[in-house]
Design a protein around this ligand. Sequence first.
Ligand code: ARG
Length: 270
Amino acid sequence: MARAAGQLMKRVLMVPPQHFTVTYAINPWMGGTVDKTKAFKQWNELKNAIEDEGVEVLTLDQVSTLPDMVFVCNSGLVHKDKVYLSRFAHKERSGEQEHYLKWFKANGFKTLGEDYPERFEGGGDAVFSDPNTLWAGYGARSSEKVYGKVQSLGDFEVVRCELVGDKFYHLDTCFAPLDEKAALWYPPAFSKATQDEILRRLPNSIAVSDEEAKAFVCNAITVRKAVLSPIGVADKTKATLAERGFKVVEVDMSEFMKSGGACQCLVLRL
Ligand code: ARG
């Protein structure tokens, strides 16, 4: 059997929120004043929860002029010793690219995507459910076309997922793979054709309510049998996850939600 999403996580990269603020709005959730102390506390809680599951956390310093750099998940898509680098849709985040490139090179990754113009926001839109299957979101941020090139990372199948609307602007805001047959997801964020495809391939998927989706419950990370999610998972969802052998660890992400991000966005799987 293929290894499931939670088994793939061994080492991750995170960026401590030294300079995290909300100074512009490039998604509909952005606004409000960040409580820096609280943000640090929440970020550390998430880091501890990841380490408690036996995953190694590496860190990269945030550049003071790049407030969204904490969302390092958008730096690229890692596959073994290679990374396909991101190309941000918004100029507000483009400055992050050179710093990620430097880190990937210094840490021994072969880098792809440097010379390609297509928009791509890395792990925010592209996630492996097992080593053979890449879920590839496109719409607001990543272009559908880029996945023809992302494919050059290795031998795996790419399932293109069309995101509709502006609220669930990255795949990881509405889809978190759990195992070979299931994801935690919010169906209205996808086109009808993509909804059908997700259900065909992942028939045991768990659909969340509007309220859970708004709480960014799908912006969860599966580490082995733990689902690390922002606060707001309904009892019904928790019960269904428990039946499948998953425990839920909820982490308060209120400060990062002011920028339209939460657990998954803060973590890049290496
Ligand atoms: N403010 C950031 C942006 O709009 C949030 C990124 C969240 N990242 C994610 N993987 N969903 O780009």
